[in-house]
Design a protein. Structure first.
Length: 370
């Protein structure tokens, strides 16, 4: 008798938005009765999270960046696939997309999900090589899942052609309840934050997330509102340099389990990323009922919809400062944008819609002729 369908997720990033996406997808797929495996490094808590959801973790030792070790990464995935015999392989982000597609080469249904295209992160000859790879490797993906229409369009504009599907990111609406003004004050009290205009930025401390751009914008915000405070929540490779340039009224609080409290404490939540697919952190802030100021990358405009905050040009500290300052000076406006943000997430980014669409895609690919 045939057993349950086996799904193998492969990812090198194990933290932040990609890790959360995998955790949510795995939990849903286990509930559907599928046998779910996750191959990833073990240096973060993703293994324990997916095992708590009912999946099995498989150690895949891989570095984040491509390099000479990528051949070994590919061989390790090939061995995992041969041993576990999954019915479908889902590859997350660039390293798994590189090694996994080389290992499987279309011999079984393969979903590649960039979570922001790899060529956005590099420049010069490396960018040209990365683009060439993405164009050629598309033939080894049975489907490419983009988390926003903007991400799909960017791939198409750069010649990445394949069976591309847009499945927008979603969040658990119960896990991220809308926070009232009273809950803002209560969260500030719990976090020992002063009762003053507050900007929060949540994300991995890295070039991608653009916290350096926010710190460059911060003096202009302070010039008009000296009492304002900024909190950076998260850790990452740029932590030391960001601490060195933090300036006045800026706190870096590291990686936190109480992100919901930090979002509740905010008047405005900033996402100054240089590139994204569609930020899950931004959706969590919107679900919390907070006005968002985001750079115009990935799915920012699609998610915010024009009434939930502001979208500014990427790498433009002056525009970022103006948008944040405008909102800190107008609490009624930020409150209205926060309510609109929650309504948009309820309409378009409920996690159940995302997981249902992903499961439907799997079933379509599994039912198709080999």
């Amino acid at each position: 008798m045939r057993g349950p369908v086996t799904i193998l997720h492969v990812s090198q990033p194990t933290d932040a938005g990609v890790g959360k996406y995998i955790e949510d997808a795995v939990a849903d797929q286990v509930r559907r009765g599928w046998r779910v495996l996750v191959a990833s490094p073990s240096y973060d808590d993703l293994p324990s999270r997916v095992e708590a959801a009912g999946a099995r973790h498989v150690e895949w030792t891989a570095s984040r960046a491509p390099g000479p070790g990528s051949l070994l990464d590919t061989l390790r995935i090939a061995r995992i696939v041969k041993r576990e015999q999954p019915a479908l392989v889902h590859l997350h982000s660039s390293k798994a997309g590189l090694a996994g597609r080389l290992a499987v080469r279309g011999r079984r249904p393969t979903v590649f999900q960039p979570h922001a295209w790899s060529f956005e992160a590099v420049r010069g000859p490396v960018r040209a090589g990365t683009l060439l790879w993405e164009r050629r490797a598309a033939r080894w993906g049975t489907a490419i899942v983009c988390v926003s229409e903007a991400e799909r369009r960017l791939g198409e504009e750069h010649g990445v052609a394949g069976n591309t599907r847009v499945i927008p990111n979603g969040v658990d609406l119960e896990a991220w309840p809308e926070a009232s003004a009273e809950e803002r004050s209560a969260a500030r009290s719990r976090l020992a934050l002063d009762e003053r205009p507050t900007v929060v930025c949540v994300g991995r401390l890295s070039r991608q997330k653009g916290q350096d751009i926010l710190l460059e914008a911060w003096p202009a915000i302070l010039a008009g509102m000296p009492e304002a405070q900024l909190v950076l929540v998260g850790d990452g490779p740029d932590e030391e340099s960001l601490r060195g340039s933090a300036g006045q009224r800026v706190r870096l609080v590291g990686k936190r389990a109480d992100v919901a409290d930090w979002l509740a404490a905010a008047d405005v939540v900033a996402f100054p990323s240089r590139w994204e697919g569609m930020s899950i952190g931004m959706l969590e802030a919107m679900a919390s009922g907070r006005s968002v100021v985001a750079s115009d990358v990935g799915g920012s405009q699609e998610a915010l919809g024009g009434e939930s905050g502001a979208v500014v040009p990427p790498e433009d500290p002056a525009a970022l400062a103006r948008a944040i300052d405008d909102r800190l000076r107008d609490p009624a406006r930020t409150a209205g944008e926060g309510r609109a943000a929650r309504e948009r997430v309820e309409r378009f980014h409920d996690l159940r819609t995302t997981t249902d669409a992903l499961a439907a895609l799997y079933e379509e690919l599994l039912a198709a002729p080999s």
